[in-house]
Design a protein around this ligand. Structure first.
Ligand code: HPA
Length: 262
């Protein structure tokens, strides 16, 4: 067994996927931004990986209270270079249906009250978001989904709202109007903070519902039912995607801080 004090890859997600890791050990990591939920470090497909349960072990942290900076900083401290995130989303695009997998290629950030950056002071840092998600992880997730016999949407814009409430029908119309395909509450600023530390990040989203106004009402039981029903597939996709990632990173995420400072 390799050392468990470091990890190359992180999975951020919900319950049901933590036991993906073999011989997993719980680890607590203090950061200058606070204490993230306990993570587990173990082996997956011959690599050391860390699992971070975004909402805490018993799902007690709501989306608008996530300490995203502590979470990403802790992964960085462990040496993580790549993050595979999973997110539940609602469909805005009427072509997308509950049960579909979506690997977003772009986002629009509608969050309101979250710490957005690690760079609050000098050096003033403007990170490039021309390719908001890591193309290498996106491609591995796409191929992995196909290999487990599922299809996924790979051209999709994700909107991230503040929550914790669901959107109104008027908000959904606005999100559709600006070209968003799915909506969730957890992708941002997680994805941006990873980029700020030159960590590759992409997300495997699964559609749990049609957005507000497109179905009679929103209910949390849909969310948990879909997560439960899809958890075995999600585990398989993540495992396969990890084997499909190139050994070394060839994407621009690696040098995200180059040319980002005045
Ligand atoms: N809106 C926001 N977040 C979500 C939704 C939704 O409809 N479904 C799952 N997460």
């Amino acid at each position: 067994m390799k050392s468990l004090s470091r990890a190359d890859i992180a999975i951020i997600g919900g319950s049901g996927i933590e036991d993906l890791l073999k011989e997993a050990k719980p680890v607590r990591i203090a950061t200058p931004y606070g204490l993230p939920p306990p993570v587990s470090v173990g082996e997956i497909e011959g690599k050391i990986a860390v699992f971070l349960p975004r909402h805490g072990i018993n799902h007690t942290i709501p989306p608008h209270r996530l300490n995203n900076r502590a979470n990403i900083s802790a992964l960085h401290k462990l040496g993580v270079k790549r993050i595979l995130a999973t997110n539940a989303v609602g469909a805005l695009n009427s072509k997308f249906k509950p049960g579909d997998f979506v690997i977003p290629h772009d986002f629009v950030d509608f969050t309101k009250n979250r710490e957005q950056t690690f760079y609050d002071s000098s050096p003033v840092t403007h990170i490039d978001m021309s390719k908001p998600f890591c193309p290498e992880i996106q491609s591995a997730l796409m191929k992995a989904t196909e290999q487990v016999g599922k299809s996924a949407w790979n051209e999709a814009v994700i909107a991230c709202t503040e929550g914790p409430r669901y959107e109104t029908p008027a908000e959904v119309k606005m999100l559709q109007h600006v070209g968003c395909d799915v909506v969730g509450m957890t992708t941002l600023p997680e994805a941006v903070l990873a980029r700020e530390l030159e960590i590759c990040y992409a997300s495997l989203c699964y559609v749990t519902n049609l957005a507000a106004g497109m179905q009679a009402k929103q209910s949390v039981s849909e969310l948990t039912r879909f997560a439960e029903e899809n958890k075995l597939i999600i585990r398989e996709v993540l495992k396969k995607a990890i084997t499909l990632l190139p050994e070394t990173r060839n994407c621009k995420c690696v040098n995200a801080l180059k040319d980002a400072r005045l």
